[in-house]
Design a binder for this molecule. Structure first.
Ligand code: B1M
Length: 209
């Protein structure tokens, strides 16, 4: 469908106003939020490939990411619409040293949609900040995202800080992000690894049962 390919193309060009206008158009036409989301993800996937092949560089990726977040903001109310009674509290953030927040934002939206109250600590979050937020909010789940092989190891530091504070039995630990795997989750003592935002929300619900 042309509208959807246009969204993907405008995102790759970093045209935030066009991405927002086209996303709104798609919403107004009654297209499903998940279908519109796929076109945004397609654009970001292409940018990722071009970045890897040195066809585009950090500034282009940054403006594409800004355009992606612009589209996501419009989709958020639709993705979150299902939420009813809070089923639990989640503290979420991207780990220390890591500035990637698009995947984390998606996980947050899906979890809000699944009925969770989500406390978003943002990016570059230190272990101490995670621990303080878990304590202050009496969180049921802590959800960590990492996109770099160099920062995923900081997830272990968060788990150690949680253990040192004696909070490990009180909180479930979920991790995810492109370089993260099931075996890494086992290695560092996380409760769950999930590969995408939708499965993160489903798994969070299972953990509350
Ligand atoms: Co960065 N970057 N980046 N980047 N960037 C990657 C990750 C990279 C794979 C690109 C590449 O080389 N092919 C590479 C990492 C290599 C590695 O470590 N193996 C890389 C690099 C090297 C870097 C820099 C070091 C570049 C530099 O400066 N030379 C630098 C580091 C900055 C830092 O963090 N300290 C950097 C910077 C940036 C920008 C700032 C320009 C920008 C981020 C902007 C932003 O997020 N606001 C950026 C971007 C956009 C990317 C790519 C192109 C796209 C990432 C993305 O948003 N994808 C990325 C290449 C790629 O992934 N193809 C790349 C879309 C998003 C929806 O997917 O976040 O994977 P993702 O989330 C998925 C799942 O992973 C999962 O759910 C989502 C799907 O539903 N998920 C979870 C995520 N978190 C989860 C948590 C969960 C469960 C699931 O539970 C808690």
């Amino acid at each position: 469908m042309k509208l959807l390919t246009d969204i993907s193309e405008m995102l790759q060009k970093g045209k935030i106003n066009d991405v927002k206008a086209l996303t709104q158009q798609a919403i107004d036409q009654g297209l499903e939020a998940s279908v519109i989301l796929d076109s945004l993800l397609d654009g970001m996937g292409n940018i990722g490939m071009k970045f890897k092949n040195n066809e585009v560089f950090v500034p282009e990726v940054l403006i594409a990411a800004r355009a992606m977040n612009g589209g996501l903001q419009l989709l958020a109310p639709l993705l979150e619409a299902e939420g009813v009674e809070p089923v639990g509290k989640v503290v979420i953030g991207t780990v220390k040293g890591d500035l990637h927040d698009i995947g984390k934002n998606l996980v947050k939206m899906m979890m809000v949609g699944a009925g969770f109250e989500v406390i978003d600590l943002g990016v570059d979050v230190s272990p101490e900040k995670f621990v303080t937020a878990i304590e202050e909010n009496n969180a049921d789940i802590v959800a960590m995202s990492a996109l770099l092989t160099t920062t995923m190891t900081n997830m272990k530091a968060v788990i150690e800080a949680i253990e040192e504070k004696g909070l490990r039995d009180r909180v479930k630990i979920m991790i995810g992000g492109a370089p993260v795997t099931e075996s890494f989750a086992k290695e560092i003592g996380a409760d769950r690894y999930t590969p995408d935002a939708a499965s993160a929300a489903t798994t969070a619900k299972e953990l509350m049962m």
